[in-house]
Write a protein that binds this ligand. Structure first.
Ligand SMILES: [Fe+2]
Length: 327
């Protein structure tokens, strides 16, 4: 006898442009079967809206996230050394560790790398007592609302992400952790593979990567603003961190992270303030409920994290890699 599935309810989160789509699963049918039955519709919403929230499915465990990844990703990425694994095979991970009291600024995951995830899955194992949302901002909206001359300068010059690593974890993760080796030749091979310039100063490693600020989405052909400058630029750090870095390092060039235009020109603080304003204006969010899952197109949507109180357990899974060299 064929299994009868009650089809979920589909709605927009809000009336804003490119609002995420919310799919409310029914309690009287198995949640995963409902998702499978609606897979083509969900794919269409991911292409249009860029983010889909699956609610009511109680999907808050690594095994369930892996099951959904098998449905919505052709390849899962396990080699993200910035994140701690949440499953033994590394397919599901914990988000990057960052102060609970601070806002983690918007970014398209890992778009400072040559190869980055095309899709991300976020799942809520345990919501925070307050705050802790994962706001998203649409890359098409951000691009269309930034001043044309600002966008053109970023298209022309691109962005250079500079990272200084100590050998071991210190202010940020050390190169042995990030590159998963103590062998400098292996580090260099990995840098070449990721189109990273590298420079050794004794045991300290500096890497420089020049990446585009705007790309055309390979499936939808939508132009997307994908720079992570706001995630790296010194002016965007909180005041405490700025003060501490100024005490620890004499020269800004030694800071753990910073970014410039691709030709080495400084990106002004005023420019970064304009970019942050546009992200803030396009900020959309919801309160996590236990078992929620958000599917995200990593080019169409940047994500952030709000400050929070109380224990917060979120799972992440990244997949469907894209390389800047293909765009
Ligand atoms: Fe992230």
């Amino acid at each position: 006898m064929a299994l009868t599935i009650t089809m979920p309810e589909v709605a927009k989160l809000n009336d804003q442009a490119h609002s995420p789509v919310v799919i409310q699963l029914h309690q009287d049918s198995a949640p995963y079967e409902q998702v499978v039955a609606l897979q083509d519709t969900i794919e269409q919403h991911l292409a249009d809206a860029g983010a889909v929230l699956l609610r009511g499915g109680n999907f808050g465990s690594p095994a369930q996230v892996e099951q959904l990844a098998a449905c919505f990703m052709t390849q899962v990425l396990t080699n993200n050394t910035e994140h701690r694994p949440a499953s033994t095979n590394g397919n599901v991970q914990r988000p990057v560790e960052y102060s609970e009291s601070e806002f983690l600024l918007w970014h398209n995951e890992n778009t400072f790398n040559q190869r980055f995830p095309g899709r991300a899955i976020f799942a809520c194992e345990q919501p925070a007592l307050s705050g802790g949302q994962t706001p998203i901002a649409d890359a098409r909206s951000v691009l269309s609302q930034l001043p044309a001359d600002l966008v053109q300068e970023f298209i022309d010059k691109q962005v250079m992400y500079v990272r200084n690593y100590q050998a071991d974890d210190f202010v940020g993760l050390g190169w042995k952790t990030i590159f998963q080796t103590e062998n400098k030749a292996e580090v260099e091979a990995k840098c070449r593979d990721q189109a990273l310039e590298f420079e050794w100063r004794g045991e300290q490693l500096t890497t420089r990567a020049i990446r585009p600020a705007v790309v055309i989405h390979p499936a939808t052909q939508a132009p997307c603003w994908v720079t992570q400058a706001q995630h790296w630029h010194f002016s965007c750090l909180n005041e405490d961190l700025k003060e501490n870095l100024a005490i620890m390092f004499d020269d800004e060039a030694d800071y753990p992270r910073n970014c410039y235009f691709g030709n080495g020109d400084r990106i002004s603080d005023q420019t970064m303030a304009q970019i942050l304003q546009v992200y803030q204006a396009n900020h959309q969010q919801f309160d996590w409920q236990q078992g929620d899952v958000m599917l995200v197109d990593n080019l169409l949507k940047a994500h952030a994290r709000n400050p929070y109180q109380g224990a917060r357990k979120i799972l992440v899974c990244f997949g469907d890699p894209i390389s800047f060299s293909q765009l």
